[in-house]
Design a protein around this ligand. Structure first.
Ligand code: ADP
Ligand code: 5GP
Length: 204
């Protein structure tokens, strides 16, 4: 029997400090899992080497971003290390209504806004195996100046304090382990009685 597509997709938030490996883990996860859409955020940050407009982010200027805020086009947004970042409401609403799961890579203030607006969202926080390893990864990525890295590490310490507000904690020691843990969380969510109402209706 073909499995019926869900009536509504699951909204999944992934947060973690810059440099922990979110993009790396997400790229791997997207390659493995079908019915999952990665929400491409809007940002005023400049593209890093190798980043593509419309793929990694939609890169816009501050005027355009502030217009989007004024026109209520964003599910959430935040300022992070002097730049705006935000999620387009329209893009994700369409997918969720079509039964597609939607993954957001957003920082902690945005995650708190999603929790308030969409209490059914799954919130996952991803940590490095140690703080020293986070610093090594930020340096190894070779995309940010020493000042920016220092700002991101300082920010990381504040972000870790928000972990108790999340549902799940994933450790990115090895990318494959982190992906496996996220897969397990998503599979468990799919098995919740709540998400299996279509099948259940045959039995009760
Ligand atoms: P984020 O999206 O969280 O800012 P990135 O995915 O850009 O982080 O990863 C930061 C750096 O760490 C990159 O150079 C990436 O190749 C590396 N990295 C990611 N995950 C791991 C891992 N599990 N072990 C070692 N290096 C990693
Ligand atoms: P980076 O500049 O390293 O790509 O991202 C910086 C931070 O912004 C990361 O913690 C990332 O999760 C977060 N971020 C990316 N897109 C969004 C978004 O749409 N909204 C919010 N609130 N944060 C975002």
């Amino acid at each position: 029997m073909a499995v019926k597509k869900k009536d509504k997709g699951q909204l999944i938030v992934l947060s973690g400090p810059s440099g922990v490996g979110k993009s790396t883990v997400i790229a791997e996860l997207m390659g493995q899992r079908s019915n999952l859409y990665f929400s491409v955020s809007y940002t005023t940050r400049k593209p890093r080497v190798g980043e593509q407009n419309g793929v990694n982010y939609n890169f816009v200027d501050r005027t355009e971003f502030e217009r989007m805020i004024a026109d209520d086009e964003l599910l959430e947004y935040a300022e992070y290390v002097d730049n705006y970042y935000g999620t387009s409401l329209k893009a994700i609403r369409e997918r969720l209504e079509a039964g597609v799961d939607v993954l957001l890579d957003i920082e902690v203030q945005g995650a708190a806004k999603v929790r308030a607006r969409c209490p059914e969202a799954l919130l996952i926080f991803i940590i490095p195996p140690s703080f020293e390893e986070l610093s090594r990864r930020l340096h190894g990525r070779n995309t940010d100046s020493e000042d920016v890295i220092a700002g991101r590490l300082e920010k990381a310490r504040l972000e870790f304090r928000e972990i108790p507000n999340y549902d799940y904690l994933v450790i990115n020691d090895k990318v494959s382990n982190a992906v496996e843990e996220i897969e397990a969380i998503l599979t468990a969510a799919e098995c919740q009685v709540e998400n299996r109402r279509d099948i259940l209706s045959q039995f009760i």
